[in-house]
Design a protein around this ligand. Structure first.
Ligand code: ADP
Ligand code: ADP
Length: 226
């Protein structure tokens, strides 16, 4: 079941920088795929294109069989997690997780229950009413992941989410993310320049080259994959 396809996609920014060049890739439902490559090879550009945040200069991007622009109007299908957790400091952990649901006009009790459930899943059940300033960097990232999951997205896009964390925190979060992926069966697109992280986490790795935006190879990793 194909969820994302890049067909001959190129991206040239108005500065003249070539970020992607004749990029081809198909992503299947339930995969955990990493985009791996050196800084500047176009990983973030590719991810942002899937979310409809950047437009291809030429070629076609399809997400759930639609153009990203059509998809972006149904924002609950896709959730984006950035390196910076971007929590609102004046809201509690639970209220931060509920925010995207509130913005969408859903204030149902069932949503609150589910938000609490995902916060338990990321190990924060004792911090529902804490404020961001009371949390470590790793815990803030956990809140950010919970906030993304609370909307029950079909696809989770993560752009170097653990890059700013220390090695030990990063490893615990990697293990927890794998457990979440296996439990929720969400398709995950994960950008990293860290080879070990890509190998540990992914079912498949799209290795990108520093000849900007070229796919060098696809590596299949032996992970239990639905
Ligand atoms: P990566 O995520 O692999 O580091 P990016 O997709 O962020 O790569 O960037 C690819 C190339 O495009 C880089 O040379 C970067 O400087 C450039 N770039 C990224 N975003 C923009 C932008 N908005 N305007 C101009 N150039 C950009
Ligand atoms: P787009 O042209 O795809 O709409 P934006 O101009 O909105 O992209 O920029 C998106 C991201 O790229 C921002 O995070 C911005 O900081 C970053 N960016 C902008 N210009 C550059 C650049 N020259 N090199 C690298 N990143 C850039």
């Amino acid at each position: 079941n194909e969820v994302v396809s890049f067909q001959n996609v190129s991206k040239v920014y108005n500065t003249g920088t070539i970020a992607l060049s004749q990029f081809d890739l198909t992503i299947t439902e339930g995969e955990f795929i990493s985009f791996l490559g050196p800084s500047g090879c176009g990983k973030s550009t590719a991810l942002r294109m899937v979310a409809g945040l950047s437009e291809a200069t030429s070629g076609h991007v399809q997400v759930f069989g639609k153009t990203p622009k059509e998809i972006i109007q149904k924002t609950n299908d896709i959730a984006f997690v950035f390196q910076d957790a971007n929590l609102l400091p004046w809201r509690t952990v639970l209220d931060n997780v509920l925010l995207p649901l509130e913005l969408r006009g859903s204030t149902k009790k069932s949503h609150k229950e589910y938000a609490i459930e995902v916060l338990e899943m990321v190990g924060l059940k004792d911090y529902l009413y804490a404020y961001p300033r009371e949390l470590s960097g790793g815990m803030k990232m956990r809140v950010s992941i919970a906030r993304a999951l609370a909307a029950k997205p079909k696809m989770l896009l993560m752009d170097e989410p653990f890059a700013a964390l220390d090695e030990i925190t990063r490893q615990t979060l990697q293990v927890d993310l794998l457990n979440i992926w296996q439990k929720e069966k969400t398709t995950i697109l994960f950008v990293t320049h860290n080879v070990y992280e890509a190998v540990f986490l992914s079912s498949r790795i799209a290795v990108m080259s520093s000849r900007p935006g070229k796919l060098s190879s696809i590596i299949n990793v032996n992970l239990p994959f639905p």
